[in-house]
Design a protein around this ligand. Structure first.
Ligand code: HEM
Ligand SMILES: *[C@@H]1O[C@H](CO)[C@@H](O)[C@H](O)[C@H]1NC(C)=O
Ligand SMILES: *[C@@H]1O[C@H](CO)[C@@H](O)[C@H](O)[C@H]1NC(C)=O
Ligand SMILES: *[C@@H]1O[C@H](CO)[C@@H](O)[C@H](O)[C@H]1NC(C)=O
Ligand SMILES: *[C@@H]1O[C@H](CO)[C@@H](O)[C@H](O)[C@H]1NC(C)=O
Ligand SMILES: *[C@@H]1O[C@H](CO)[C@@H](O)[C@H](O)[C@H]1NC(C)=O
Ligand SMILES: *[C@@H]1O[C@H](CO)[C@@H](O)[C@H](O)[C@H]1NC(C)=O
Ligand SMILES: *[C@@H]1O[C@H](CO)[C@@H](O)[C@H](O)[C@H]1NC(C)=O
Ligand SMILES: *[C@@H]1O[C@H](CO)[C@@H](O)[C@H](O)[C@H]1NC(C)=O
Length: 329
């Protein structure tokens, strides 16, 4: 470094170092394990397939795991770590909410039997998310690999970095911007809510006295409103409704069609179309996906790859965890 960093070349050198950093930050490759674990994608696919045969909803749960991993300290498997006073697992968006940890354990042990100590838990989440989308009828893509696992689980950060269903649109956009994702990513990735379920806890505020108005959320379809009111009436915050009433297990663009007819489940879904802020931000994108599922699929794939690239640990950072729940001793 010193030799190439003489006074004359100082600025050029700074620029070079900066570019090296940029390259080091994004050195994931699709063939990362091609010699160290050639059967990796087959193994993960088989395990995800088995899990979905047991419960189709698991596709949604695995997709969400990757998202919640990536938004907190980057895609480093940190959400999988057990224990600690301030674990990500115990943060509000995750506790009694994120599912699929046992399935990840099963995938990891199959991968370990074939290639011991080679494949990170963070990469397993990225592949499982892709397979979940594909096996639900959605698009496929080449997953970029080479992430290493983090050693820190930060529940405080999870609480502040993950978008909440009660957040206004500008807050949601800001939380995506904070991790390098833009408006297109907000809208296309929200389309993940074409599969899976949500608990009353996260939408019952819309069903009565919404934001202190004394009435339910006026942007919610009235037939859907009464269905949800009866689902949640006994106060069971854990009762679940499907996120896409039209096709809850199928990865399609119906999520966006729902928004146009007031059938988004979460407030954070419906505001992409119905809020005043949406007119000049997300609404045109929602409209573009309604009649063009190819555009949605293409944007979703690009956004998933971008999300999978959030702050990956590479080189000598992090570790290849042996057990996804605990850091190596
Ligand atoms: C835009 C901001 C987002 C908010 C506010 C949000 C919020 C939520 C909430 C509250 C739930 C229900 C959790 C529960 O009931 O326990 C949920 C479920 C889900 N989310 Fe999101 N989410 C967002 C973006 C995303 C993204 C970017 C993805 C993936 C790319 C995603 C994938 C999912 C999936 C698949 C489910 C269903 C999970 C299951 O059934 O187990 N979400 N989300
Ligand atoms: C990959 O799987 C095939 C069978 O599907 C097996 O014959 C081969 O030995 C496996 N390769 C490695 C490196 O584990
Ligand atoms: C966890 O995240 C919070 C909020 O960003 C930060 O203030 C804190 O330093 C982090 N804790 C650790 C151990 O990194
Ligand atoms: C978001 O970023 C992608 C490239 O990653 C770009 O194609 C797209 O136009 C951007 N969208 C907005 C709204 O800036
Ligand atoms: C609705 O909420 C507001 C503010 O939280 C409260 O003042 C009002 O009494 C509530 N109205 C009803 C009908 O519960
Ligand atoms: C939901 O279930 C969890 C775990 O069984 C329980 O601890 C929690 O109190 C329940 N939450 C609500 C709102 O009913
Ligand atoms: C889903 O939407 C399609 C087209 O709008 C409609 O034909 C179909 O009946 C709907 N399915 C359900 C379960 O609502
Ligand atoms: C947004 O669009 C809707 C429907 O076109 C309109 O009623 C509303 O006034 C618009 N809001 C703003 C802030 O432009
Ligand atoms: C989508 O297509 C339907 C009919 O196929 C049409 O009525 C509607 O205006 C179109 N919407 C947009 C946003 O292009």
């Amino acid at each position: 470094m010193k030799k190439s960093c003489g006074l004359r070349g100082y600025y050029l050198c700074l620029i070079n170092m900066f570019m090296l950093l940029l390259v080091a930050r994004s050195q994931l490759t699709s063939d990362f394990y091609s010699s160290s674990c050639p059967n990796l994608s087959k193994i993960v696919r088989r395990e995800v397939q088995k899990a979905l045969m047991n419960e189709m909803r698991m596709a949604a749960s695995l997709l969400r795991l990757h998202f919640h991993d990536c938004f907190v300290n980057g895609c480093d498997g940190s959400i999988l770590l057990d224990g600690g006073d301030d674990a990500e697992k115990s943060a509000i968006p995750n506790l009694n909410s994120v599912r699929g940890y046992e399935v990840v354990d099963t995938i990891k042990s199959s991968v370990e039997s074939a290639c011991n100590g080679v494949v990170s838990c963070a990469d397993i989440l990225a592949i499982a998310a892709r397979d979940s989308v594909l096996l639900s009828g959605g698009p496929s893509w080449k997953v970029l690999l080479g992430r290493r696992d983090g050693t820190l689980s930060n529940g405080t950060l999870a609480n502040s970095a993950l978008p909440a269903p009660f957040d206004p649109l500008d807050t949601i956009i800001a939380k995506f911007t904070d991790v390098g994702l833009n408006l297109t990513d907000v809208v296309s990735l929200s389309g993940a809510h074409t599969i899976g379920r949500a608990r009353c806890t996260f939408f019952s505020n819309r069903l009565s006295n919404f934001s202190g108005t004394g009435a339910p959320d006026t942007t919610l379809d009235t037939a859907m409103l009464s269905d949800l009111q009866s689902l949640c009436q006994n106060g069971d915050g854990n009762a679940t409704a499907v996120l896409d009433r039209n096709s809850s297990d199928l990865f399609d663009n119906h999520y966006f069609k729902n928004l146009v007819s007031g059938k988004g489940l979460l407030s954070s879904d419906q505001i992409l179309f119905s809020s005043d802020e949406a007119n000049s931000t997300s609404k045109p994108l929602v409209e573009s996906y309604i009649n063009n599922s190819g555009l949605f699929f293409g944007d979703f794939v690009n956004s998933m790859i971008k999300m999978g690239n959030i702050n990956p640990k590479t080189g000598s950072n992090g570790e290849i965890r042996k057990n996804c729940r605990v850091i190596n001793s």
